[in-house]
Design a binder for this molecule. Sequence first.
Ligand code: GLC
Ligand code: MG
Length: 566
Amino acid sequence: MTNSLTTHPIHPAVPEDAAWWRHAVIYQIYPRSWADADGDGIGDLPGVTARLEYLRALGVDAVWFSPFYKSPQADAGYDVADYRDIDPLFGTLADADAMVAKAHALGLKVIVDLVPNHSSDEHVWFQAALAAGPGSPERDRYMFRDGRGADGSEPPNDWHSVFGGDGWTRVTEADGTPGQWYLHLFDTKQPDFNWDNEQVRAEFEAILRFWLDRGIDGFRVDVAHGLVKEPGLPDYDAELHILDGEVQPGAPKPPMWDQDGVHEVYRAWRKILDSYGEPDRILCAEAWVRPQERAVRYVRPDEMHQAFNFDFLQAQWRAADLRAVIDSSLAAADSVGAPSTWVLSNHDVVRHASRLGLPVGQRRPNGIAADDPQPDRELGLTRARAATTLMLALPGGAYLYQGEELGLPESTDMPASFRQDPTFIRSKGEEIGRDGCRVPMPWTKDAPSFGFGPSEASWLPQPAIYGDYAVDQQDGVAGSTLELYRELLRVRRERQLGTGGLEDVDGFGDDVVALVNTGQGQRTLVLANLGAEPVALPAAATVLVASGALTADGLVPTDTTVWAAL
Ligand code: GLC
Ligand code: MG
């Protein structure tokens, strides 16, 4: 390599004073598993409040909380019984206010999860719907239908639940006779709302205001692509992997996902958020939608601010795949003037330190069990560090999932008796599900529950190896994953990589992703080497941070990403 790099612009810079959500790094807290103050083995809001300084020191801009609302916890809180109250497991509204106040005092914004596709079956509206009977206004707030067949004993259509099994459950009417059916794209205890009903729309607008008035900075919108269904609820018998947006080639468009009518809902919400003035309050879509041209319709200027880039999460560990997804994501987002929102892990997918330790080219598994092929732990961590180092150099927003900053692997040896994900239960163990990425955080190696709480209790068992990943084992330790994340976030901020332009660099060969980020008018080379041979940096490059050690003569080894000043 010579010193003069040939580059092609692939994304223009945005102004450095662009709105915060265009470049923010947002840390996802899964409340049950982050910090437990009262020792019942389930994380809680006082536990969070006590540890917020850790996030400040990590260097993130905001925190997103998975649901902490009142809930029977049939899907770990994604089954909400009261959208305006906190579940006693997690604390009280006063605890939430205290947590938000402390976060704000530390300069952290707070995003909460909003679950508008369905409620819990224990929500007062659903209970009222059951009591009121067919044809009532109460039933019209959910998706009740008569069954097929002479006696109505067949479900109204052939839709399945994302978690396995039927998408419909038949109710018993007040007089004891078998009655109508209701739709649940997820668990039986998660009835879908009817978004054609004006009361549902008005209720969610009021819920938005309730949290905005409490000072919340935004919402992550659960199953944002599911609210509106195709009229007539037509049968859909093609196989569908619903939570990754994949539709079989040639299959018709699924009638339950990504209907044009959802956008009207978000346009109405955007007006409400905008009415709160500056700094912007935001909406982030969880929308497993393909292709990217469809996905970015959720982030058109009058709709949401962000949408998770799940194509990046699902990309194979191959340089050509990563280059392609980076290029196409930025082009798609730029076409509507939105930032891309990068993510590698969350509470629904195998942790990337384990996912990237599986053979390249296979489909992403839904959980890993002890008798499945096991990920290569060392390889997975090496690649995960390289992947994160690549991700955090990309312009736009980024989400981190609790524990990834420790390089935490998936729990892959959890006995079936502990599993709680409805996926595991409804698929009768055929799908392992998501418990393995939801295990409580290790904070202190030599403490009960690795410092998760004051007792030994932990709602999911922590693998013994988690002790070695504990925060206290990595804090201040050069080369640890925690220190790598801190350094990446520090340099990202210093060089304003989140708002920079991006250029593709020629000449490094097929197995390398080489980019230049132009943040702050400087040139930062980002080089990820996925090939077998070490790669030389340009002579003038000064290494700023690297995901792993360079070779003795300063080359970038396999599965390593480097940021260098040019
Ligand atoms: C989203 C959530 C997932 C939940 C599902 C149903 O995909 O991320 O955890 O199970 O929606 O609410
Ligand atoms: Mg607790």
